[in-house]
Design a protein around this ligand. Structure first.
Ligand SMILES: NC(=O)c1ccc[n+]([C@@H]2O[C@H](COP(=O)([O-])OP(=O)(O)OC[C@H]3O[C@@H](n4cnc5c(N)ncnc54)[C@H](OP(=O)(O)O)[C@@H]3O)[C@@H](O)[C@H]2O)c1
Length: 280
């Protein structure tokens, strides 16, 4: 089990990825994202998750620079947006993201959503970036088992990560087992269901036992399930609180009780229905 924010999972290509990071979806470009990223790094976070569509890559880059931690100690993720899928457009999108971030490489670059027809072509572009040494790891996001099976049919390089919606109302057991079998690290987005799980009695009861918050219990449950997690907050106190999860351990019974909350209920789109930004 990870024992600090520095601890990492080893991706199948040997790259070390922190188990815990900061998400910046819906964090406003400018001072809001700059201050959130700085607060996180100042408090020991090593990993930041952004995306071209969040329109805050410039601020993320500025926050990283102002935090003053050497670049090689950090793990920075971005994602190619749906409208940029395709081989040449993905290569171009990668350069645009790097430029906005002010970085010369990313630690992880993901296909944001599968869509229907272009993800294999897009994957070839990610493979090219990886083979050329431009990015340390490549992966996908919002891929279901059927998307992964299709991609793996002719992928040269297996995705290192699959970032999906994952929380106690959407436990994704089949997908987690598939990814574990294939050596693909699962990463949780909206781990707190965007705040909608924080009054769930089963969770608040466990939280009370440990003197922890509901958010901390959920994030701990992620780690004990071997799922990387990236909660978002723009408030420094919550950024600190969310990461303070290395001093308690949920029992197998508590893990099961939290698993039992599953309702296969999403806060975001179902990947099979996500058409926003795609021209197909
Ligand atoms: N790949 C994808 O398609 C995809 C989709 C969605 C998200 N993501 C990634 O996953 C990250 C996390 O997901 P998310 O931002 O959707 O939701 P989330 O992390 O589940 O929840 C964030 C919400 O919870 C609040 N919050 C955070 N910590 C809290 C605490 N300790 N107590 C009470 N409230 C707390 C935040 O408010 P404050 O900010 O006001 O504290 C915010 O409203 C994103 O930021 C993004 O990087 C990826």
């Amino acid at each position: 089990m990870p024992t600090s924010l520095k601890d990492t999972t080893t991706l199948h290509n040997g790259v070390e990825m922190p188990w815990f990071g900061l998400g910046v979806f819906k964090v406003k470009e400018g001072s809001e994202v700059i201050e959130s990223v700085k607060a996180a790094i100042k408090n020991g976070y090593k990993s930041i998750d952004t995306a071209a569509i969040y329109q805050n890559e410039e601020g993320v880059g500025q926050g990283i620079r102002e935090a003053g931690v050497p670049r090689e100690e950090l793990f920075i993720t971005s994602k190619v947006w749906n409208s940029d899928q395709g081989y040449d457009s993905t290569l171009q999108a990668y350069e645009t993201s790097l430029k906005k971030l002010g970085l010369d490489y990313l630690d992880l670059y993901l296909i944001h959503w599968p869509g229907k027809t272009k993800y294999k072509e897009t994957w070839k572009a990610l493979e090219k970036l990886y083979k050329d040494g431009r990015v340390r790891a490549i992966g996908v996001s919002n891929f279901k088992v059927h998307h992964l099976e299709e991609l793996l049919k002719d992928a040269e390089i297996k995705p290192m990560v699959n970032q999906v919606e994952y929380h106690p109302h959407l436990t994704q057991k089949e997908l987690l087992a598939f990814c574990q079998k294939e050596g693909i690290q699962l990463e949780a987005w909206s781990p707190l269901k965007q705040g909608q799980l924080l009054n769930e009695p089963v969770i608040t009861e466990v939280a009370a036992k440990y003197g922890k918050s509901a958010a901390q219990v959920i994030l701990r449950w992620d780690l004990q399930n071997k799922v990387v997690t990236i909660p978002k907050s723009i408030k420094e106190q919550r950024i600190i609180e969310n990461a303070d999860i290395f001093d308690f351990e949920l029992t197998p019974e508590e893990m099961e009780k939290i698993d039992g909350l599953n309702k296969d209920e999403r806060v975001g789109s179902d990947p099979d229905d996500m058409s926003y930004g795609f021209s197909e």
